[in-house]
Design a binder for this molecule. Structure first.
Ligand code: CAA
Length: 293
């Protein structure tokens, strides 16, 4: 089966990145969101990242314009998926919202279309079960920033068939990513390791082991991470990390995954990281300034 047309649901941080790499690989993309302002923001981010490529002489202005023209912003869900060969969903991590959306998509998308979720934790099998094509349902987990990060985690649900896995491997390779195939389990492979590690950094801050700045420097230089764990938490979003931790505790029934109280308190205060302007660092000035805890 050849994929030509892709519908990306969600124009946020992940959705616009996915739309970008798909369009750059030559696919026709419809990027759907529920409000025109989200679509406009998503398209503006794609344009900004393409312009960066032009400035660095990785592509010509003409090539960048062609890529951007391949992404069509769409408000109506049915319109977005009606002729798609592949639907990639990157909407908020709210189980009820995902299940409702997948039911609608399943009704409106062509029978042959593959349905892929970019969820970072929610069960693929649970989402597949609300559709009439669970064998064509799969997890396709990209990493942020999508144009830069080299991995797609492919997640097989209980009913996902091998033909679907093969197509998604091919699409992932065509958009320039390497893949790992994992069986469904909370957090798959990457977040299973990452989220407890990030939580541990927050426990250390909570206990006064080190300052935010020193904890980040220690891990950046001591382990050669590109970003320290607290910078990375601000980048991922503290609400997302908390959501995944709580989901892990529910699913694994194991308190070793519990979120630190400090993380929960910060989320309750609206300190969500970069996207809210404040997290472990304050982003209101020219440079991020570490907060004291
Ligand atoms: N969008 C597109 N391109 C971007 C970008 C963005 N948001 N941010 C940076 N880049 C590009 C830059 O243009 C630059 O490109 P060139 O190398 O071609 O010049 C390159 O990325 C490196 O950027 P910088 O030199 O500005 O900065 P850096 O070296 O610190 O790299 C980074 C930035 C790539 C984000 C790096 O810090 C990094 O890899 N951080 C860790 C990111 C990470 O762990 N992501 C996974 C998060 S977890 C997740 O996504 C899963 C989940 O479910 C929670």
């Amino acid at each position: 089966m050849e994929i030509k047309k892709i519908a990306v649901l969600g124009a946020g941080q992940m959705g616009n990145g996915i739309a970008h790499v798909c369009a750059q690989a030559g696919y026709e993309v419809k990027m759907r969101d529920i409000d025109q302002k989200f679509i406009d923001n998503g398209l503006a981010t794609i344009k900004k990242n393409l312009d960066r490529g032009v400035k660095k002489e990785r592509m010509t202005q003409e090539e960048a314009d062609t890529v951007l023209r391949r992404v069509q912003g769409v408000l109506d869900l049915k319109e977005a998926v009606k002729d798609a060969d592949l639907v990639i969903e990157a909407i908020p991590e709210i189980v009820k919202l995902k299940l409702e959306t997948w039911k609608e998509v399943d009704e409106a998308a062509p029978e042959h279309a593959i349905l892929a979720s970019n969820t970072s934790s929610i069960s693929i099998t649970q989402m597949a079960a609300v559709t009439k094509r669970p064998e064509k349902f799969i997890g396709m987990h990209f990493f942020n920033p999508v144009p830069v990060m080299g991995l797609v985690e492919i997640i097989k649900g209980q009913s996902t068939d091998d033909a679907t896995v093969k197509v998604i491997e091919e699409v992932s390779h065509k958009v320039g990513k390497k893949t790992v195939l994992v069986n469904e389990a909370p957090g798959f492979a990457v977040n299973r390791l990452l989220v407890p590690a990030l939580n541990e950094a927050v426990f250390a801050i909570q206990e006064g082991v080190a300052t935010v700045e020193d904890m980040d420097l220690a891990i950046k230089l001591g382990l050669n991470w590109p970003m320290g764990p607290l910078t990375l938490l601000d980048f991922v979003g503290l609400d997302t990390a908390l959501y995944i931790s709580d989901y892990f505790v529910d699913e694994f029934k194991d308190s070793k995954y519990r979120a630190p109280a400090l993380l929960r308190k910060m989320v309750r205060a609206g300190w969500l990281g970069r996207k809210s302007g404040k997290g472990f660092y304050d982003y209101s000035g020219e440079k991020p300034v570490p907060n004291k805890f």
